[in-house]
Design a protein around this ligand. Sequence first.
Ligand code: SF4
Length: 287
Amino acid sequence: MSARPSGTSAPKPRPRSRRPVEPARAWARSLQRRRPGLVEFVIAGLSGLYGVPAPAQRLDPVSELVLTILSQNTADLNSERAFEALRQTYPSGGPITTHRMLRPDGTEAPPEGWGGVGLAPGAPPDWAAVEGEDVGALIEVIRIGGLANQKAPRIQAALRAIRERSGGYDLGFVAELPPRDARDWLTTIPGIGRKTASIVLLFCFGMPLMPVDTHVERVSRRIGLAPPTAGPDEQHEIYAHLLAPDQFYAAHVLLIQHGRRTCDARRPACDRCPIAPRCRFFDPRAE
Ligand code: SF4
């Protein structure tokens, strides 16, 4: 053993470098520790009430993106009317895509999580014509959908970005990207936020991203899946750490259905809600 020279002291242990834990990850970890099994409880309870969601292809990705832009801050029924106006004004000979679901008995139903009646089967609009249209004329075509002055330039910007990236009107290239990169690419387009990008990437490509709309936001806060002050972007990040990849679709669809049908913004029907035993709105001390 070598002797330490007199007068020198042992070197101080270097402090371990600690990376700060981002708030969303910290919340998710803490929730899993404080209230274990809450996510699974919510998904199982709401699946019992509304049925187990089954992922299904909806529209082609570009149509889904344009329909989602049209649905921003308006009722889904109005955005359906605006999309139909695009189809009629700019017809194409493209392949027929289906928006509605087929029930086991053969009848049609709107897609899960969608608030309208669902678009009738039809070909997408001629996207080149939509992109090249005079913006004032396009505003008139989609006026029925509301906020047309904002949405027409957003639709044209999205179509331009997709064409410049893919050489056509095909979003298939995003399937090659990691989910966050795909989301980040879409959100560089003016007027496309995380919710719109996540809807397209979750529904059309099955990516593990959580679209947080007003229903998801409210219900998540009430149950306590997210902090009481968490806005949509913060919730989006929390769910990225809270959910397993195969839980995103079900969680999104079920929370939206619950917000629309039971957990109303003004008068939640807690007396017939299966989540009540673990809901912090119903019982602030719920585990
Ligand atoms: S118990 Fe009430 S507040 Fe909580 S999720 Fe159910 S309906 Fe909403």
